[in-house]
Design a binder for this molecule. Structure first.
Ligand code: ZN
Length: 186
């Protein structure tokens, strides 16, 4: 996620402005995972709702096995709750997945997140040697998988992975928009 703070520019979800360009896309080569993707994003959306309940920006993430789409770990943004600047949903989900699997190498897994990951989270996905990342809403102001940068396909890094953008994108964006609307309300 992009982990926006309450009001800086990067906190605004990609509401009014459509993505200027579609991030490079690679179709998943794992049919079971691909078939499960909408449901997995639903789980990520459930996690996002939990974040909002704590006053955190509603971003949720799931790590699932590419072979069968089974969920390995799930998490939501806990930056406010834990006062941890790195407690983005993706970092927490990757950490929990590695703990569950017993290895930091997550090449057999896909990360599914409601908002395009920021540079830190995309970097964490590279570090985990993730097999694939799918996200919902694009983040033109902080996204690092196609919007500002594309850390998933940078040959200078030691790992690349396919990216599937736009999964249930409207729903994912609406969750963020509703959260910030409520914050702005008098
Ligand atoms: Zn992040």
């Amino acid at each position: 996620m992009s982990a926006p703070t309450p009001d800086p520019p990067t906190s605004e979800p990609p509401t009014s402005e459509p993505p200027t360009s579609e991030p490079p896309t690679s179709e998943p080569t794992h049919p079971a995972f691909a078939a499960a993707l909408p449901v997995l994003m639903g789980t990520a959306l459930d996690e996002a709702a939990l974040a909002a309940a704590d006053g955190d920006v509603p971003v949720g993430a799931v790590v699932a096995r590419l072979s069968d789409g089974d969920v390995v770990a799930r998490a939501h943004n806990e930056r406010e709750r834990t006062a941890d600047p790195t407690a983005h949903a993706e970092v927490l989900a990757l950490r929990r997945a590695a703990e569950a699997i017993g290895s930091w190498r997550l090449g057999d897994c896909g990360l599914v997140v409601t908002l395009e990951p920021c540079a830190m989270c995309a970097g964490a996905a590279v570090s985990a040697r993730i097999g694939l990342v799918a996200f919902g809403a694009s983040d033109p102001k902080a996204g690092a998988l196609g919007s500002l940068y594309h850390l998933g396909v940078d040959p200078r890094l030691n790992h690349e992975f396919p990216v599937v953008p736009g999964v249930r994108a409207d729903e994912c964006a609406e969750v963020l928009e509703a959260f910030f609307r409520a914050r702005r309300a008098p």
